[in-house]
Write a protein that binds this ligand. Structure first.
Ligand code: GUN
Length: 283
């Protein structure tokens, strides 16, 4: 079967082009969308993601600030920083990069972000709104996956979507968004018995389990759409996904590569959410 790769860079470019135009309209009205990214500690992967986020903001004409706090910062001090950003009129979106160091309660920090500036869509109020289909900020990675499916003309209705992973950032909201588009959704996770028997039934397989190249062709139904959310390093220190691309591309009808698949979409959707947060202040 010929494989059809879904090019995340191409879809992301289309999304950011649209955001750029919206930013220009806002600027004509005297409003520059602003994003604050808060990074605690010096996790090198997080530093790379955060740098990419602020660089993309600048490219699109948005304002951005990076708040870098020491690994040992107290929860109280982090909460004070969040409160200051909540009150900063130049900032429309706040993202606290996860994971946070163990001594900090992530739930408390996420809940401290103003729901109006919660461009990650992680605040319980926004998670609740998403669950009942109300307009809100959609978490960037699953939002990006939905855009890729739409761009690739993949109709989700009636399809069996199997998701490997149940994190609050990817797995759970991913299933919810697919359900809203009338997919039949199955969640798989570390306690799932006979994972392969589950994934073999998937018309759409979303993989977010965090193990390099674990999902090969033997897990995939002929003609399935495969979305790889993983970002890992292989034995040669090269970036790779949770899916063994070379093997999987032989059976999948469409498949996202790593790098150049879901990754660029996450940043693009963050830009879209930040732009939306700024637009909302004019309503
Ligand atoms: N860590 C990994 N992905 C994300 C994300 O989408 N948002 C935040 N805040 N942290 C992350």
């Amino acid at each position: 079967m010929t494989t059809n790769r879904i090019d995340g860079k191409e879809v992301a470019a289309q999304v950011t082009e649209n955001v750029k135009k919206r930013v220009e309209v806002l600027k004509e009205k005297g409003l520059t969308p602003g994003l604050a990214v808060v990074l605690v500690g010096n996790n090198s992967a997080s530093q790379t993601y955060v740098n990419n986020k602020t660089k993309t903001c600048e490219r699109l004409g948005m304002y951005s600030v990076m708040v870098t706090l020491d690994e040992n910062v107290s929860e109280e001090e982090l909460l004070q920083n969040v409160a200051a950003l909540n009150n900063d009129e130049k900032i429309h979106g706040i993202l606290v990069q996860l994971p946070l160091p163990k001594h900090i309660n992530e739930d408390r920090v996420i809940s401290a972000i103003s729901p109006l500036k919660d461009v990650d869509g992680f605040h319980p109020e926004n998670v609740g709104k998403m669950m009942i289909g109300q307009q809100t900020f959609i978490p960037c990675t699953p939002f990006g996956v939905m855009k890729m499916l739409e761009y690739s003309d993949i109709d989700v209705a009636g399809k069996h979507a199997v998701i490997i992973g149940r994190s609050n950032i990817v797995g759970k909201p991913m299933g919810q968004l697919l359900l809203q588009k009338d997919a039949t959704v199955t969640y798989c996770h570390s306690k799932t018995k006979d994972l392969r028997a589950m994934t073999k039934q998937a018309d759409i397989l979303v993989v977010a389990l965090g193990r390099a190249k674990m999902i090969d062709a033997s897990y995939i139904k002929d003609g399935a759409v495969v979305i790889d959310v993983g970002i890992n390093r292989d034995e040669n220190n090269k970036l790779c996904g949770d899916v063994d691309f070379e093997s999987a591309k032989e059976v999948a009808s469409k498949i996202t590569p790593v790098p150049g698949g879901v990754g660029p979409m996450t940043i693009a959707m963050l830009m879209e959410n930040t732009c939306l947060a700024a637009e909302n202040t004019l309503k």
